[in-house]
Design a protein. Structure first.
Lengths: 528, 564
């Protein structure tokens, strides 16, 4: 239509499809390709294993659809009570409307563990569709990036991240959508719209409160870079604007519950302080290493007589393998207050640095390190929280070779640490093959572009150790795969050794993640 | 990716990705899942593994024929035996005689799915890889890999093998190996592979007229002495392979009557002309003509045989004619090349398409899954064609409609999501885009639009309404009415193209044949030898230019976009 036949120009005329693309958010063909191919692949994952999180979200659809808002945070029909902040509840409410048209049984409160084709297809489709937020934001990252080609690769790597595939499209959650909001906030910060950045982060917090891990960095950065002049004097109008925006967001979210006087109940749902130090499966952080050290010391004490006092409850705790609360047998027990203090101390080191150099890049690194510290030392950290580290870290991957190495080690260890989420053999094959494919496609070209020759002997040694560590994942995967076969062959009860592959994975990944943490901290603190 | 210095990773990545996609399709349901007492094709295959492992060979084609009796040739039986042997080693209960009927434990399902993947990767994958390397040997690595992607993600084959559950890729892979052997001049090896294909599934007979005619033509081409020699050798290889395949059922090892068991099982002559709704000539015309009232079973049978024969006449004649024309021309030049002329490669593929499509359209007892046979040569032709050629457009259309024609079956199997996913995946991968402006549209483009519109409408109708009680089969019948014209069109196109290609064969000489070269454009393959000879470079230049501009796979533009 746009082509006028009377026109006499020699330049290639824009065809209609190109014109359409211009209209559709300026999406290039290769971006459509990624979208189409990945969507096709995600459709194939519809029948895969679903964790209880699937039923959790179905139950939330039912709660928000069939109960008045005053009962949302009180309902206990299902054991999977609503424990996300109100925005997420509103989000579920919005999703429940089409669901009730497609199949009214989806939103039936008493229809527990409903798993018909309709609900599976519907809920899986909502994950794919809401992930478009992530896609759109990542696309915006490419536009206006200093090096669009490399940013395109980074954006593609994030959109196709195995973490999202495992946690969202198989295990079932809405991380793609939520991280889309986080990245939108970061994008606003990159473009200098710090007020908008703060707004979107406040919104995000009211979707899922786990993002509080990142809040200190936001707080310091917005205060320093937005509310203060470079010379250090406070700008009251800006401060008030930010405070108002954040307050308004919280009022929009919590307001109804504030009026109904339900805030204490809501908070008790959001922050249940009755859990143990480690999750059932140890998240690969500092506490996993400490717990393992305790177990080793305990075995030592049992064999060679104790030269130190052994806590009886800790002994029984160890025999239960990986399930439930962790009580140390030999080492002093860790209390929530300890983890809190350690986290604050480490974070404040990075925050001081951020205060002194409030640039965007510094903010991004501090943000990553903030999440990283919480993941490393937090109380009852979930292995899925590693995404909080991997996603912002990916944005730093292309800074230089040192950052890329950090990214490569952390990503590999982080993704492998997610593998135990899917324990059925068919899905295990999928996650391994997919992650391998992702690693080849992402690490290969980045390595090619960023490679720097090591300039000192220590660098050579450290570099080769790291490479050995990365190859070690192959060995780990072989051991984990063969473990059930071997225990079956030697006639030991498979249950007795079930914890071994999990523990190995957790410890090996913890090593890499801690090393990457140290690397990143060093890079950040020594950067100028 | 090619531009980024990671080109040697393209093939491994392709293999990894295709394995991943195949495996993911396998997570869905299969034919007859959870439908006792008979279940479906999955149970048939599993049952064969069970019976070949527990019964003496003589009983294989006799045991409890009512419950999925073995009705494929011996190579399938041996394959089943091997799979069953391995499976029984892992867990004997999966294939216990009689007691394992209908077993659907997660372990056994996983094992069954992995046997399809391994068989596919053992036969079809090397065949596809060799095809791209031999047929496209004069092209860039990028074009070769593009063709490989096109073949590996062919949606209809993936859905039937990995979703519905069958081992078609083994039979098709052997045929593909045969075709590649023929075109590289290894006729005996090709005959061996084609016999294996026949020995795996008798359905490969649909290709037989084309293969037979091609080989006969080659014998005639070689002249009296060499031709007779080749003919005798081919006969020995073919007969020998068949003999080996059926050896356990033949006299020294079994009484002469034993051979009758597999033969009668493989060729059932006493069934109706069609059973389900298949998008072929009989089903489509039956809507109006009601064949069963008009004619008796035997008359219909004769009619269908006659029509099939007329249908593949082109395939039976064209290769011989092309070889003869080549001979005359070579005689004039008094040289004879050892290399198979490139035009014969195209003729072979077109003949394969023509003969298998005629069988699909006109013969009796056709299944909807049989469309896979014509789709193989069609996809091979497509993989060699530039994007704006009619071969490419028709190939994409035929593949998509082939998918659509199997929709009733796939819906029954619970593979709706996989159906959407693979259609999307493959079309995006090959860069099929039917939306071009009206001004440039050819008849084929308009035809494509109408067909796609019909498909979309039918899907919408089916989604929104239940069929009226009077016509419970309304949607399958409408499906047949939309699909059949496309297959008929493809069949007609194959006849037209094969005649054109035949003309080209006669006129082919180094230099001075540019116009004819271009005319035969759809799918003409240039071997490396002709690429290097100076006379062709001028004729090639425009074609290669087109390919460079258009014939790029989406996946590679993607690679370039992301990494370039």
């Amino acid at each position: 239509m746009a082509v006028n036949s009377e026109k006499k120009d020699d330049s290639p005329k824009p065809s209609r499809s190109q014109w359409l693309r211009k209209a559709l958010l300026d999406v290039t063909a290769s971006e459509y390709d990624i979208l189409a191919l990945s969507t096709a692949f995600k459709l194939l994952l519809f029948p895969t294993y679903r964790s209880t999180d699937f039923e959790v979200h179905r139950n939330w659809l039912a709660i928000t659809h069939s109960l008045p808002i005053s009962k949302w945070y009180y309902d206990t029909t299902s054991e999977w009570t609503l424990d996300y902040p109100p925005f997420f509840a509103y989000f579920e409410k919005a999703l429940s409307v089409p669901a009730s048209f497609i199949d009214p049984q989806i939103v039936d409160l008493n229809n527990l563990n409903y798993s018909a084709w309709s609900v599976v297809a519907y809920q899986r489709t909502t994950v794919i569709l809401t992930e478009l937020v992530l896609a759109a934001v990542l696309m915006k990252f490419v536009r206006g990036a200093p090096d669009p080609n490399i940013q395109r690769l980074v954006s593609a790597s994030l959109f196709l991240h195995p973490g999202f595939l495992i946690v969202d499209h198989i295990h079932f959650q809405y991380n793609g959508f939520l991280f889309g909001i986080l990245l939108l906030s970061i994008l606003q910060a990159r473009q200098g719209n710090l007020l908008a950045s703060g707004f979107f982060f406040a919104v995000l917090l009211n979707f899922k409160h786990i993002y509080m891990y990142l809040a200190p960095a936001y707080f310091v950065y917005l205060l320093r870079a937005y509310c203060m002049s470079p010379q250090g004097s406070i700008l009251p109008s800006r401060f008030l604007a930010l405070a108002n925006v954040v307050t308004l967001v919280f009022i929009a979210s919590l307001g109804p519950f504030l009026l109904m006087g339900q805030i204490p109940q809501l908070l008790s749902r959001l922050f249940p302080f009755t859990r143990g130090l480690n999750h059932a499966y140890w998240a690969p952080n500092a506490w996993a290493l400490l717990t393992a050290a305790d177990r080793v010391l305990l075995q030592y004490a049992k064999r060679f007589g104790a030269s130190f006092s052994v806590d009886a409850s800790g002994v029984s705790s160890s025999s239960r393998g990986l399930v439930g609360d962790t009580t140390f047998a030999v080492l002093p027990n860790v209390r929530p207050m300890h983890t809190f203090l350690i986290t604050i101390i480490f974070q404040s080191v990075f925050l001081v640095k951020l205060w002194r150099t409030p640039t965007h890049r510094s903010f991004l690194t501090a943000l990553t390190l903030c999440g990283y510290t919480s993941f490393m030392f937090g109380w009852h950290v979930h292995e899925k929280a590693v995404l909080l580290v991997l996603v912002p870290l990916s944005l730093l991957a292309a800074e230089n070779y040192a950052y890329f190495r950090t990214f490569m080690i952390a990503s590999t260890a982080g993704v492998v640490s997610l593998f135990p989420l899917l324990f059925t053999p068919a899905e295990h094959i999928i996650e391994v093959l997919y992650s391998l494919l992702w690693a080849i496609v992402v690490f290969g070209p980045l390595q090619q572009r960023l490679y720097e020759f090591p300039r000192s002997l220590p660098a050579v040694i450290v570099g080769s150790l790291e490479t050995m560590y990365l190859w070690g994942f192959l060995l780990l995967e072989i051991i984990v795969t063969l473990c059930p076969v071997i225990t079956k062959a030697i006639g030991q009860g498979p249950e007795k050794w079930e914890f071994l592959p999990l523990m190995l994975t957790s410890l090996y990944c913890a090593l890499g993640l801690i090393w990457a943490y140290a690397r990143l901290s060093f890079l950040y603190l020594t950067s100028t | 990716m090619h531009k980024n210095g990671v080109r040697h990773w393209v093939v491994p990545c392709t293999l990894l990705a295709s394995a991943l996609v195949r495996w993911c399709i396998g997570l869905g349901s299969y034919s007859g899942q959870g439908t006792p007492p008979m279940f479906g094709d999955y149970e048939a295959q599993r049952h064969w593994m069970e019976l070949t492992n527990h019964l003496p060979l003589r009983q294989w084609y006799r045991y409890d024929l009512q419950y999925w009796g073995l009705d494929y040739p011996p190579l399938t039986a041996y394959h089943s035996w091997l799979c069953g042997k391995i499976g029984s080693f892992v867990d004997p209960s999966w294939f216990a005689l009689d007691t394992s009927r209908g077993i659907e434990s997660p372990g056994s399902t996983l094992f069954m799915r992995s046997t399809v993947l391994l068989s596919d990767y053992a036969i079809y994958l090397p065949a596809a890889w060799l095809f791209t390397r031999v047929w496209h040997s004069g092209r860039s690595r990028r074009t070769q890999n593009a063709a490989l992607l096109t073949l590996l993600f062919q949606p209809a084959l993936l859905l039937i093998d990995f979703g519905h559950f069958q081992y078609n890729s083994v039979m098709l892979g052997f045929t593909l190996l045969a075709a590649t052997s023929f075109t590289s001049g290894r006729d005996l090896l090709g005959a061996f592979f084609f016999t294996l294909s026949l020995g795996f599934k008798q359905m490969a007979l649909y290709y037989a007229p084309a293969v037979g005619s091609y080989l006969l033509g080659k014998c005639l081409y070689l002249g009296l002495r060499d031709g007779a020699q080749l003919f005798v050798r081919l006969a020995i290889v073919t007969a020998g392979t068949f003999f080996l395949l059926f050896l356990p059922f033949l006299p020294p090892l079994a009484p002469i009557s034993a051979i009758l068991d597999p033969i009668t099982r493989i060729f059932p002559f006493n069934r109706g002309i069609f059973e389900d709704k298949v998008a072929n000539f009989w089903c489509a015309t039956n809507v109006v003509l009601k064949w069963r009232f008009w004619a008796s079973q035997s008359t219909l049978m004769r009619l269908s045989t006659l029509l099939t024969f007329l249908g593949f006449l082109g395939a039976a004649v064209a290769p011989i004619r092309a070889w003869l024309r080549l001979r005359n021309q070579d005689r004039a030049r008094t040289t004879r090349t050892e290399v198979v002329p490139s035009v014969m490669q195209t003729v072979l593929l077109l003949a394969l398409l023509n003969s298998s499509m005629s069988f699909f359209l006109f013969s009796f007892q056709v299944h909807e899954k049989t469309i896979l046979l014509p789709l193989l040569p069609m996809t091979l032709l497509l993989s060699t064609a530039p994007h704006d050629s009619s071969t490419f457009k028709l190939g994409a259309l035929a593949n998509n409609v082939g998918m659509f024609s199997m929709w009733p079956l796939l819906r029954k199997d619970g593979l709706a999501a996989q159906y959407i996913a693979l259609t999307l995946l493959w079309n995006r991968l090959i860069g099929h885009n039917p939306c071009i402006s009206l001004r440039q549209a050819t008849f084929l483009d308009v035809f494509t639009w109408v067909v796609y519109l019909g498909c979309a409408l039918l899907h919408l109708l089916e989604f929104a309404y239940r069929p009226p009680a009077r016509y419970p089969d309304l949607f399958p019948v409408l499906n047949v009415l939309v699909s059949t014209p496309v297959f008929l069109f493809t069949w007609l196109w194959s006849i037209k193209s094969i005649i054109e290609a035949g003309w080209t064969a006669g006129g082919l000489s180094v230099g001075g044949s540019e116009s004819k070269e271009k005319k035969a454009g759809p799918g003409v393959v240039f071997p490396s030898e002709s690429l290097n000879s100076g006379g062709f470079s001028s004729a090639l230049a425009p074609l290669e230019g087109v390919r460079r501009r258009e014939g790029r796979l989406r996946a590679q533009s993607l690679g370039k976009g992301v990494f370039g």
